[in-house]
Write a protein that binds this ligand. Sequence first.
Ligand code: GLN
Length: 293
Amino acid sequence: MNRNKKISLELAYRLGTERLEKAGVPDSGIDAWYLLEYVTGIGRAAYYADPGREMDVTQWDDYERFIDIRCRRVPLQHITGEQEFMGLRFHVNKNVLIPRQDTEILAETALDILEKADKAHGSREKKVRLLDMCTGSGCILLSVLHYFGDRAEGNGSDISPKALETARENADSLGINAEFIESDLFENITEKYFMILSNPPYIRSSEIPKLQEEVRLYDPIEALDGKEDGLYFYRRIAAESPRHLETGGYLLVEIGCDQAKAVAGLMKEQGFKDICVKKDLAGLDRVVCGRYY
Ligand code: GLN
């Protein structure tokens, strides 16, 4: 691109979209838009008020650089360093799974259960305790704590110390008090909880090569791979969580859309009761929950 040429927002948007499209990036227009907004700070209303407005040279340089990075299928969230989840902003990087919208079902189901339990109990002396296992960015634990307020407290655990660094950073920037524990599943978990939540790795190893490049190359593989049949982590979580649940406590897990029956079966085998399945916005099975008495 000619360095002396003035580039309008409109032209930059068009050039960015074209370049992404040529590289085969899905939703090229949307991503070109996000990157333009990210480098210029100009929102939609201001853009449409004056699309011919020129960009600074440094903004254009940044924009071109980011478009090139996105052409290599680096996820948008790794360029901007953030992802929204449950209306909150989370820092993300290559050490954590980028929060997915589907996972909001897990957080919402948890909040529903907590609200109902809270009403049934009246005022509790003790806060309810939550554990988010395989917490990654911390998005599940932190959003539930944010919306349920100081009636709950919680731990997030993960096998990856680098993921926990990001989770702690998110807790700090959201102003939430949470304690994070480095642990291979229940290895270093000593307490009991009212609710254990988890979005463990659940993709069958044989399916990993078929994932889209953004996921396959840039999400941490240890956050995706559920081993041979995709159920490895559910088996262990269902077997080991009863020891860490209070009487009547809940286990809630996110699942792949074809895993509801298998995961409900695993939980039943371990003595869980009141098992239910929740669907996501696409109508696919997404969460299995059960209670342990
Ligand atoms: N839902 C994620 C995906 O589709 C997988 C997350 C997981 O394995 N927990 O890539």
